[in-house]
Design a protein around this ligand. Structure first.
Ligand SMILES: NC(=O)c1ccc[n+]([C@@H]2O[C@H](COP(=O)([O-])OP(=O)(O)OC[C@H]3O[C@@H](n4cnc5c(N)ncnc54)[C@H](O)[C@@H]3O)[C@@H](O)[C@H]2O)c1
Length: 304
């Protein structure tokens, strides 16, 4: 099978590419390396250093003729989407439209799209299922949601199939601790510098941590199942930030006390995604529990 992966030099995209290459797919990565790293690129995949907003994507897709496109490339930072909404909308909305046009013109069968729990906004109940009201609280949440609607439109107008995957908090090897890196990457970064985790707020906030290889597995399952579905990708299990800090301290053998800083404004307190639909439509379920995933992540970070 021929598959194009945008953002395949990034954290999640590179794990998807690894699985595809392992399964014998022919893979083309499109990434402008704005956040991704060359050393994340799988040598078994072809690579094009290109912005998803570039019109050159049209001849590229037409030449490669993928059966499916897995779209991970994005402006991924919530604060940056607030500081610079134009750039967020350019990459996340226009980049997606550009790619959809390229898919339509090349006769691609399906697009799998990385969306986010950010499309829901403040949860009205937990765990949040796919029927929950959509009220994004940032440019990022809105741009991801707009991308979803374009996928639906292209299905209606041109028959291009899709699966939307709304990720919870993804963690695992290769996540960048700088900038908007997730809390797991940031805690590990501090532990490796000999410092205990730094928690914003009282640490009682909860998140749904899903391991990156499980997320990659969901993308691969969507190649052959889940057509025209919108599916949460999460564990359905909330984890407190204090518990996360303690687990990582144990793994790292850190004896220092967790440090606290004032709560960040606008931060959602509890977030957790229901996963019944993805279980049903993709026969998917998380295979890594948090302790295993954290250990693997810590070990991988130690080797880097
Ligand atoms: N990490 C999470 O917890 C999480 C949660 C929800 C949704 N997501 C979504 O998953 C996807 C992957 O996120 P990630 O965490 O791997 O981030 P990442 O920054 O590691 O990966 C994004 C990749 O896209 C590339 N990219 C960015 N802009 C581009 C452009 N204009 N043209 C071509 N390439 C471009 C970057 O260089 C990078 O390699 C994103 O769409 C993100 O919105 C991530």
């Amino acid at each position: 099978m021929r598959v194009m992966v945008t953002g395949g030099a990034g954290f999640i995209g590179s794990h998807i590419v690894d699985l595809l290459v392992e399964r014998g797919c022919r893979v083309l990565v499109v990434d402008n390396l704005s956040a991704g790293r060359e050393d994340n690129l799988n040598p078994g995949a072809e690579f094009s250093d290109l912005d998803v907003c570039s019109r050159r994507i049209i001849p590229l897709v037409n030449k490669f003729k993928p059966e499916a496109v897995i779209h991970q490339a994005a402006q991924v930072s919530v604060p940056r989407s607030v500081e610079s909404p134009f750039n967020d909308a350019r990459v996340n909305i226009l980049g997606t439209v550009n790619l959809l046009e390229a898919c339509r013109l090349a006769g691609v069968r399906k697009m799998i799209y990385a969306s986010s729990a950010a499309v829901y906004g403040e949860p009205e109940y937990l765990p949040v299922d796919e029927k929950h009201r959509l009220r994004p609280l940032s440019g990022y949440g809105l741009s991801k949601y707009t991308g979803e609607r374009y996928l639906e439109l292209y299905r209606q107008m041109y028959g291009l199939r899709y699966t939307v995957l709304r990720y919870a908090n993804v963690y695992g090897p290769r996540q960048d601790a700088r900038g908007e890196g997730g809390v797991v990457a940031k805690f590990i970064d501090r532990l490796q510098k000999g410092k205990p985790p730094l928690v914003f707020g009282d640490g009682r906030q909860t998140r749904d941590f899903v391991y990156v290889r499980d997320v990659a597995g969901a993308n691969l399952a969507a190649l052959s199942q889940g057509d025209d579905q919108v599916l949460n990708v999460g564990t359905g299990e909330p984890t407190g930030i204090n518990k996360l800090a303690e687990l990582l301290k144990d793994i790292a053998g850190c004896r220092g006390k967790v440090e606290y800083a004032p709560r960040r404004r606008g931060e959602i307190v509890h977030s957790c995604l229901a996963n019944q639909r993805i279980k049903r439509h993709l026969s998917w379920q998380p295979r890594w529990n948090l302790e295993q995933g954290l250990k693997e992540t810590y070990e991988a970070a130690s080797k880097r």
